[in-house]
Design a protein around this ligand. Structure first.
Ligand code: CA2
Length: 538
């Protein structure tokens, strides 16, 4: 019985090219050495080389009758020929896989051997010696000792182990990484070309074509997964392009997205409007921000903003959100006009229950306040079964009760507002929590970015497409930016359209934030910077 040596495609070129990878020996040298070593081991060797898959399959079939074992270097077929794999399997002979180079340390596509599982072993990376080592191993362990031929395939098919799955995934990931790195290089070339031509980086129509082509190539079942995968790699590639362009045109970018940044600062603010009256929480907040300014009460938040746009005041102080009651919707609506947030402060809020002198808690049937304050005290109100009545501002509630002269009505307001009106306090802190806080903001006509800014607020509107919000937020994630808050509000005059208000933690004019905002300003139907500001801590 003979030992068959099979060499696959291109191995007839050994010694003619690529000596660094494959040495300077020729195929004739390999075959001579193989025959000599086989003879020493007491076997005759037959050597065969072909560049054709079918011829190799044919030779393997014939070997069933003529050979005791086979050594095979299947060349590049190793990595993808299931026909050769099956032909090895049908020989029923011990087959040893050999390679001159170490396929596991080369390109990732060479890490996979589809014939490995039907061979008794694999020897790779020892140059010409791989052939003799493979031969010796084959003869000693699998022919002379007649070790029963258990190929990995047999154990594997019974137990397609988790380990094997992981090996497969590692191999596939290695290939994906390789390809993705190549794709990034091409994206960089695209960025260069677009940088020169001034072309837009985001081309939604082209991305959709890429996706629908890809969907056409895979099963319906895989369609959505393939779309998510492609959208992710396209987004990351776009980010690379924006990064490249933005490092070239950092200043241009900042001016493109940021409306003219006012040179001035809040130090020049002399007159400040707030919604409510003396004793209101807004007045307290305005005083916190501007200890020396002239404070002007306005009937409503909208009236305060009107004074600002009409240049009657330099700034307005408004409540934006509360830790219990959530966003103050009317203020979010007002911010959709071209107004800017210049500062914020989180102020503890404690509401009391106050009524006409002589009234007791048992007399109260109804409470009056701003809807936010009512919701912040909802536990108490519901427990007592009080009817609720809403009013423009918590600070107006005491006057309302005085006007009514009704002992069964109580105000939910600040202690100072109650005391100024001469009401008696029936309950000190009626809030649902003991840590109730309201975020107040300073609103200005121009964007004022102070050096201590720590947060940027934006309004964005997204295209009506599935995954739109999550892929937009991914831009911030990819840039390592933290979102401090997000909320949605209806867009006035556009039924069922919503704007997202997003706060991002970022120091003044942070380059990662500018880059992300710049990208989104190109890609979204609307992106408005509402402010880049710091906090006035109490
Ligand atoms: O390392 C091995 O033995 C290989 O089986 C050789 C194959 C390659 O496709 C496998 O990944 C690993 C290629 C043989 C090509 O041989 C050449 C010889 C000289 C010049 C160019 C190619």
């Amino acid at each position: 019985m003979k030992i068959l040596l099979v060499n696959g495609p291109n191995l007839n070129m050994l010694g003619k090219r690529d000596p660094k990878q494959y040495g300077s020996f020729t195929l004739a040298d390999v075959e001579k050495l193989f025959k000599e070593r086989a003879a020493e081991l007491g076997f005759e060797a037959e050597c065969f080389q072909s560049n054709h898959e079918g011829e190799i399959v044919q030779k393997l079939h014939e070997a069933r009758e003529t050979a005791a074992g086979i050594v095979i270097n299947a060349g590049a077929f190793t990595h993808y020929s299931y026909a050769i794999r099956d032909a090895i399997d049908v020989t029923g002979l011990p087959v040893m896989e050999v390679h001159i180079s170490n396929i596991h340390e080369r390109e990732s596509f060479r890490h996979t051997s589809v014939i490995r599982a039907v061979c008794v072993g694999q020897i790779a990376g020892f140059g010409i010696k791989s052939y003799t080592m493979g031969l010796e191993q084959l003869v000693n362990d699998f022919i002379l000792k007649k070790t029963p031929v258990t190929k990995p395939a047999e154990t594997e098919s019974k137990n397609d182990s988790l380990q094997q799955c992981r090996r497969d995934i590692n191999d596939i990931d290695a290939q994906l990484i390789d390809l993705f790195a190549k794709r990034l290089r091409v994206s960089e070339r695209v960025a260069k070309a677009k940088g020169e031509s001034g072309g837009a980086i985001y081309d939604a129509a082209r991305e959709n074509v890429v996706i629908s082509n890809a969907r056409g190539k895979v099963s319906t079942q895989d369609g959505d997964a393939v779309e998510s995968f492609l959208r992710t790699i396209m987004r990351v590639s776009r980010e690379r392009q924006y990064d490249m362009l933005s490092s070239q045109r950092q200043n241009q970018n900042a001016t493109a997205i940021l409306p003219s940044v006012a040179a001035g600062s809040l130090e020049n603010v002399r007159r400040v409007a707030y919604g409510g009256k003396v004793g209101s929480y807004s007045e307290k907040a305005a005083r916190t921000f501007f200890p020396d300014a002239a404070l002007e009460p306005a009937w409503s938040f909208a009236d305060a903003c009107k004074s600002l746009t009409e240049q009657k005041v330099d700034a307005v102080v408004l409540p934006l959100a509360n830790t219990t009651g959530g966003p103050v919707d009317t203020v979010y609506q007002l911010l959709q006009q071209k107004l800017f947030i210049a500062r914020y402060a989180d102020i503890p809020v404690e509401h009391c229950v106050a009524a006409l002198p002589g009234a007791t808690l048992a007399d109260i049937k109804c409470v009056v306040s701003h809807p936010q304050a009512l919701s912040q005290c909802s536990n108490k109100i519901n427990a007592c079964g009080w009817v609720q009545e809403s009013i423009e501002n918590t600070a107006y509630a005491p006057k309302y009760i005085l006007d009514k002269g009704d002992v069964s009505i109580a105000a939910i307001c600040s202690r100072s507002a109650a005391e100024q009106a001469g009401l008696v306090i029936l309950e000190e802190n009626a809030c649902n929590t003991t840590c109730n806080q309201t975020r107040f903001i300073v609103v200005t006509r121009e964007l004022i970015v102070t050096p201590d800014a720590s947060r940027v607020s934006i309004i964005m509107q997204l295209p009506h497409r599935h995954g739109s919000l999550s892929s937009t937020l991914d831009v911030f994630t990819d840039k390592g930016l933290n979102l401090a808050s997000i909320c949605s509000q209806p867009v006035p005059d556009k039924p069922w359209e919503y704007a997202f208000f997003v706060d991002i933690d970022a120091p003044a004019l942070d380059s990662a934030a500018i880059c992300a905002l710049c990208q989104l300003s190109y890609e979204l139907p609307r992106l408005q910077i509402m402010g880049w500001y710091g906090s006035t801590t109490k």
